[in-house]
Design a binder for this molecule. Structure first.
Ligand SMILES: [Zn+2]
Ligand SMILES: [Zn+2]
Length: 473
């Protein structure tokens, strides 16, 4: 799980310490997070004074408020980041900024941002034509709510189109005091979603209103969330914590809102796959010939059956069967295994979920094939599965696998809810995308015999994948 919005909030005491960072990290760890995005508000730093000038000039209250908040130099924050980067931190920590977007200050902002290589910069709208709408409920008295919403989202579109940001913070925080417009926002949300995709930006599924404004509803409003999901917007969960004990607050609930089915129940992927295999009937699969180059390896397997992990449509099982190899076809979908009998005489099958371990004896196999079946799991689960494949393989045994590449944009890479780095939930289904670094990390104990990233035209749109052959030494 990821918390993409945690404020270190050192503007008041002006001190950055290793202990402070540790207190955030420890709380994040207790809550089971894999990655945290630590940030600071731009209004804490002197360097942004000119950017906030129109906000300070808006009224006396805002001038005083900014004077209270703007207490330190960006240099002290950067110095702190550089210092702790060399420390051992048990989870992935990214350092960045939350910038209040104020129209027509882009060049000022660009000049400040370009002075340091931030891990991320998230943009937020806290001011509507310089009015700080989220400070006090009474400031809304007499306000034209429709017009406020209209300007809020116009400014947000400019923010996204400025290309100065990686992420968009709390995209519906305008409702912080419970004021809603009487016009429909669907089109506004669709335009925002499209602009986010064009700018390659993520949006936050933010728990900020619940945490900081006592909102009963957690996360984005259902309408904006469903538009973002339908348009494949990259979504990161965010607590908007301002103190250590709030790091990771509500993240598991925010995550569940994104990944659970509409009835609120945990998604059961086997249901989806079963329906898919039933729908495609008993047609014989058309396989590609990626296994041709491994003929000598397959022959070594001899009378020991090849294990086809996640056999799916049965492509590789059929390929092997037609060439006289013995195969054990494995899948967690009973319908996938049922189908095999339509085009293979007496298939040997095993029904199991790889995350629960492989039901094979230690050192009992010479070749395991996992074709497009290892990219559905969390990093911890993936590592566990690979370790279990290693256990099942005999010395010198091979794993031949293909997995999604991070470049597989036609099939969802970079879209949907980010659960971990390169691991997404798209339309309720979980998918991982690999880069070379992650593959090398995964197979660090193996000898990599062959590795290649290529485009495959088996499907309607080209699919980009990695192929890897590794030996258990
Ligand atoms: Zn904010
Ligand atoms: Zn914030």
């Amino acid at each position: 799980m990821i918390d993409s919005h945690i404020h270190l909030f050192q503007g008041n005491s002006g001190e950055y310490t290793w202990q402070l960072l540790q207190s955030f990290v420890e709380q994040a760890q207790r809550r089971g997070l894999s990655t945290v995005y630590l940030l600071e508000h731009s209004h804490q730093f002197y360097e942004f004074r000119d950017m906030y000038r129109p906000v300070a000039d808006f009224n006396e209250y805002q001038r005083n408020w900014l004077a209270r908040k703007m207490k330190i130099s960006l240099v002290s924050y950067i110095r702190f980041i550089e210092q702790v980067k060399s420390y051992e931190i048990p989870l992935t920590v990214k350092f960045g900024l939350e910038i209040c977007y104020i129209p027509e200050t882009e060049s000022l902002l660009q000049a400040i941002l370009s002075q340091y290589k931030w891990d991320f910069v998230t943009g937020s709208v806290h001011y509507i034509d310089n009015w700080g709408f989220d400070h006090k409920a009474e400031f809304w008295n007499g306000v034209d709510v429709n017009r406020a919403y209209k300007r809020y989202y116009e400014i947000m579109l400019d923010l996204v189109r400025s290309k100065l940001f990686n992420g968009l913070a709390h995209p519906d925080s305008i409702r912080c005091f419970g004021y809603y417009p009487d016009y429909d926002l669907t089109e506004t949300y669709i335009n925002l979603a499209k602009a986010l995709n064009e700018a390659n930006m993520y949006a936050e599924q933010s728990g900020g209103l619940a945490l900081n404004y006592g909102f009963a509803e957690l996360g984005l409003n259902p309408q904006i969330l469903s538009v973002f999901k339908d348009n494949g917007v990259r979504i990161l969960t965010a607590s908007d914590a301002h103190k250590p004990e709030h790091a990771g607050e509500n993240i598991s609930k925010l995550q569940a809102l994104l990944t659970n089915d509409e009835d609120g129940k945990k998604h059961d992927p086997s249901k989806y796959w079963n329906e898919l295999y039933v729908a495609c009937g008993h047609n014989k699969p058309k396989y590609d010939r990626w296994l041709d180059k491994y003929e000598s390896i397959l022959q070594v397997s001899g009378k020991t059956p090849v294990i086809d992990l996640g056999c799916g449509f049965g492509n590789d099982t059929l390929y092997l069967h037609e060439r006289g190899y013995q195969v054990i076809s494995c899948d967690f979908s009973s319908e996938a295994l049922n189908r095999l009998g339509a085009f293979i005489d007496q298939p040997v099958t095993r029904l199991f979920d790889m995350t629960a371990g492989l039901p094979f004896a230690t050192a009992s196999a010479k070749v395991v094939i996992a074709d497009l079946s290892l990219h559905y799991f969390s990093w911890t689960e993936t590592k566990k599965i690979i370790a279990d494949i290693r256990r099942v393989l005999d010395q010198g045994g091979f794993l031949l696998a293909r997995v999604n590449s991070v470049k597989d944009v036609n099939y969802g890479a970079g879209q949907g809810n980010v659960i971990e780095e390169n691991y997404y939930c798209i339309g309720g289904d979980f998918k991982r995308f690999f880069d070379r670094t992650q593959l090398e990390e995964l197979f660090v104990e193996w000898k990599i015999q062959y590795i290649d990233e290529y485009e495959m035209d088996r499907y309607r749109n080209n699919k980009v994948l990695w192929e890897i052959a590794v030996v258990r030494e």
